[in-house]
Design a protein around this ligand. Structure first.
Ligand code: PXL
Length: 279
């Protein structure tokens, strides 16, 4: 069946993150992507100065009301960077109003990295994000975001027991499954942990560069595309990781491309993986 998902995140006009990343990647996976922009920024906030920011929070209820009149519903939801605390409540309402039976809610609590919240976010936003995570079928945080959500101290060096405590705390908040990204037990490798029904599975791969901007969005978009094509959670997590590594490999060495990753030329790899494994 042809699937249609709704992704809710910002448009950063320039910078290769959020919707400008989600649209090409989800389309390449053979899934129709409808969008609900949470805000419009001239660039992302991770390194550009003086960007514009138009919050679209108050547009959300009218958009949802129109969709209700038109009977518009979705097979899955993928939320990313959201613009305000109030917006999160509207997003929760939309996810509960416009799902087809069995529609999965996939939540990337895009708000922090490298031990710090992104520009403009505060403790109230984190509290509100916890409410969205509580309703998620799958949550995809990095270690920093997990720490903010769970209140467990952020660590740069950690062991499996620490990671498991984060996973359990995220499930306690209410997320049914967790895909924790950027889990690195050795300097030369990193990976993702899939935690589902109490099962811990780790996919380890090589670490190329520290902290490439937008890779969380690249990863989540490929994961969402794969899951929506019926690929099982661990396999989807693995495909998304391999694709993200290819995007980083495409980009390292080009200092002018500091703001994001060259995801476009790696799309044929993703298409092949998805078509080989889609159900
Ligand atoms: O990649 C996450 C992201 C999304 N949207 C905006 C951002 C960031 C990260 O900094 O600034 C606007």
């Amino acid at each position: 069946m042809y699937k249609r998902i709704l992704t809710i995140q910002d448009i950063s006009c320039v910078g290769q993150c959020s919707l400008t990343v989600a649209l090409p990647i989800i389309s390449a996976c053979g899934v129709e992507a409808a969008v609900l922009p949470s805000a419009v920024l001239s660039t992302h906030t991770g390194g550009f100065k003086g960007f514009t920011f138009r919050d679209l929070t108050e547009d959300l209820p009218a958009i949802s009301a129109h969709w209700t009149k038109e009977g518009i519903t979705f097979d899955a939801f993928y939320t990313g960077y959201l613009g305000s605390t109030k917006q999160i409540q509207y997003v929760r309402d939309i996810l509960n109003a416009h799902g087809n039976p069995g529609a999965k809610k996939i939540v990337d609590p895009a708000m922090a990295d490298n031990g710090q919240l992104y520009y403009g976010f505060d403790a109230a936003f984190v509290e509100s994000m916890k409410g969205l995570v509580a309703e998620a079928d799958i949550v995809l945080p990095n270690i920093t975001e997990a720490s903010f959500l769970t209140g467990i101290e952020y660590k740069e060096v950690y062991d499996e027991a620490y990671v498991k405590s984060q996973l359990e705390a995220l499930v306690k908040i209410g997320a049914k499954a967790v895909v924790l990204t950027g889990v690195s037990y050795k300097p030369e490798t990193t990976g993702v942990v899939v935690y589902e029904n109490g099962n811990y599975r780790y996919y380890e791969h090589k670490k190329i560069a520290q902290g490439c901007h937008g890779t969380g969005d690249v990863y989540a978009s490929a994961f969402v595309g794969a899951i929506t094509r019926g690929i099982e959670t661990y396999e989807a997590a693995k495909i998304a990781a391999d694709y993200t590594v290819k995007c980083i490999e495409n980009t390292i060495g080009d200092a002018k491309h500091w703001y994001g990753v060259k995801l476009e030329t790696a799309l044929p790899f993703l298409v092949n993986e998805i078509e080989a494994k889609a159900k």
